[in-house]
Write a protein that binds this ligand. Structure first.
Ligand code: ADP
Ligand code: MG
Length: 599
């Protein structure tokens, strides 16, 4: 608590956060709290979700309130109703011992008249979505002239969601002498423009990314036959009408195909992968962020760095090659303390991999049964009912109301509901009237995966692995995760078997089980990693795996010894000499170095 005190916080507010278990301020809190307490500067703070922004602006603003004045003094704008509710809840927690502080949240999708009544009673802190606040302003139901502090929380998100006009309108209604505090995860042009127009010489603060708490993610799996994976995916999505998810696939071809199939199946979705132009990607992302798309189907590479909040699910349509990718994927949900679910849809062959992931993430996957038709229809119908109940009748309907009511007079309430639902859901009800149970029997589920069998078949010493070298290594922050992602994204075939990966300071060696070397190599011609061309060299060999390992290790040792002194070309030259004259001379097929020109 001392540290919070040093920042200038005091009294009941400190007691409130003590109850929440806060002990030391987060990085952004340490910087922002004193600035807001002083109230001299506007502020632009760049920070990812989960860094503790709510308390950063909430604590000093609550402390600064003049409680003798029952007027709105602090206005917090946030993009979604969920965030509004979350912020309201947090502020109430911080001010738990300050019963004199009045906080109100207003957002769309709920009865505006009730909010108007609450406003009439008087509040000091208003948390609002821009759309609803504009409605209230236009109805003269709210006065924001006394606001001395405006917070724009998740400003980039608000602009993504098309609230630009609303923001301009609202800010114009507030006093010129207010302070404005803008929080954003990114700084696109639009946000910059808002900052330029509405902030006065803002102080700028940027905070690095905090590791997102994976503790809020639960892990589930569906175990089905390989041929049923897609149908399972479709049902899992259909069974959760509130889902907002990213589906990960290993290859871009998969991403495209699955997105197309889901679209045909009536699901709002699109694909994000390396073949799209920047403009196409932006368009997909814009629709996804605005929640016009319910699911996004993406490859690991395409989804890297993508920061989307409030994802309810991450779905692993294929399990990734390595565990690191799995944690990257699942970490995209369950952010900022919210619960998230990471789903894996697997077949028996992948059970071993699932266990491996469990061991590393130190969490168990819960087995889930694939939903049946009845379960899906019930979920959809009840969701529809909820939506209808909270929908606000459009005023423009007034003129037709009389005629409509008259027309429906012939039906009872029950008949009306039955008919409307049957009409609205005819496709869904028909589709799921009779569907196959995709779940495996218990004995099938407990059968050992045939991972081992597969391995057995290949362990006859003739696995056709080819070793490759690439000119990027540890010094370039290259990880096995990056490598696997690049291979999967660009390889001509999906699900290639990747063998040993060894990352050195300046290069990386890896093995892939491929057939057509030329075809494989040509797929990587224009690939780059962090701006470095991904220059691939094939070290062709057909040795028995074990023998080759021995040889590779010897070579590696030698290479390590020489690596600082000689460059890559010399290493390769030495190697080919070795194969001609050295220990490896005379081996069938030899060790040929094939250097492919890169365009
Ligand atoms: P952001 O707005 O940056 O996404 P939040 O304000 O939602 O982040 O905070 C994320 C989580 O961290 C919340 O659960 C919050 O209670 C917690 N938190 C914030 N500040 C602290 C702190 N100083 N100590 C411990 N937990 C904190
Ligand atoms: Mg926040």
């Amino acid at each position: 608590m001392e540290k919070f005190k040093e920042l200038g916080l005091e009294g009941e507010i400190l007691k409130g956060i003590e109850d929440l278990g806060f002990q030391v301020p987060s990085a952004i809190q340490g910087k922002v709290i004193p600035i807001i307490l002083r109230g001299e500067n506007d502020l632009v703070a760049l920070a990812q979700t989960g860094t503790g922004k709510t308390a950063a602006f909430g604590l000093p603003l609550l402390q600064k309130l003049d409680v003798s004045l029952l007027k709105i003094q602090v206005l917090i704008l946030s993009p979604t109703r969920e965030l509004c509710v979350q912020i309201g809840k947090d502020l109430r927690n911080y001010s738990k011992y300050r019963t004199d502080i009045k906080i109100l949240c207003v957002y769309g999708g709920t009865d505006i008249r009730r909010q108007m009544k609450d406003l009439e009673r008087g509040v000091q802190v208003l948390v609002a979505t821009p759309g609803r606040l504009c409605d209230l302003l236009k109805r003269n139901a709210v006065n924001i002239e006394h606001v001395h502090s405006v917070v724009l929380d998740e400003a980039d998100e608000m602009l993504n969601m098309g609230f630009k006009e609303d923001l301009n309108f609202i800010l114009d209604e507030t006093s010129e002498t207010r302070n404005t505090y803008l929080f954003s995860a990114t700084m696109p042009k639009e946000v910059e423009r808002i900052a330029k127009n509405y902030l006065h010489h803002p102080q700028e603060i940027s905070i690095g990314k905090k590791n997102q708490g994976a503790d809020t993610v639960s892990h589930e799996y569906y175990l089905v036959r390989a041929k049923d994976c897609y149908e399972t995916l479709h049902r899992v999505i259909d069974c959760d009408p509130d889902m907002y998810a990213i589906i990960f696939t290993r290859t871009k071809i998969d991403a495209r195909d699955i997105a197309r199939k889901l679209q045909k199946g009536g699901i709002d979705c699109d694909a994000l992968h390396g073949d799209l132009s920047q403009a196409q990607r932006d368009d997909v992302m814009e629709r996804f962020r605005a929640k016009r798309l319910k699911v996004l189907v993406a490859t690991d590479v395409a989804a890297r760095g993508l920061d989307v909040d409030n994802l309810t699910h991450v779905i692993n349509y294929n399990l990734p090659e390595d565990v690191e990718s799995y944690t990257h994927r699942s970490g995209r949900t369950g952010r900022a303390g919210r619960a998230g679910i990471s789903v894996a849809i697997i077949n028996s062959k992948e059970k071993g991999k699932l266990r491996k992931i469990e061991n590393i993430i130190k969490k168990k996957f819960q087995y889930r049964e694939v939903p049946g038709g009845e379960q899906i229809c019930r979920a959809q119908l009840l969701y529809y009912a909820d939506k209808i109940i909270v929908a606000e009748p459009k005023e423009t309907l007034d003129k037709y109301q009389h005629d409509l009511f008259k027309k429906f007079e012939v039906l009872t309430k029950e008949e009306l509901i039955q008919k409307m639902v049957s009409y609205e859901f005819s496709k869904l009800l028909k589709k799921y009237a009779m569907v196959e149970d995709l779940n495996l029997s218990e004995s099938e589920r407990n059968e050992r995966g045939d991972d081992k069998k597969r391995r057995g078949r290949c362990s006859d010493g003739q696995r056709e692995f080819t070793t490759f070298s690439v000119n990027i290594g540890r010094n370039d922050d290259f990880t096995s995760h990056d490598l696997v992602a690049i291979i999967n994204e660009n390889a001509p075939r999906k699900g290639l078997e990747i063998g040993n990966i060894r990352i050195f300071d300046t290069n990386t060696k890896f093995e892939v089980n491929i057939q057509g070397l030329n075809e494989f190599m040509s797929c990587f011609r224009n690939v780059s990693f962090n701006g470095l061309p991904f220059t691939l060299t094939a070290i062709k060999d057909r040795y028995n795996r074990d023998k080759r390992y021995g040889r590779d290790r010897a070579l590696q040792r030698k290479e390590r010894r020489n690596s600082t002194a000689i460059n890559k070309w010399q290493v390769e030259k030495k190697r080919s000499n070795n194969s001609k004259h050295g220990r490896f001379a005379g081996k069938k097929e030899g060790l040929g170095i094939v250097k492919f020109p890169q365009k």
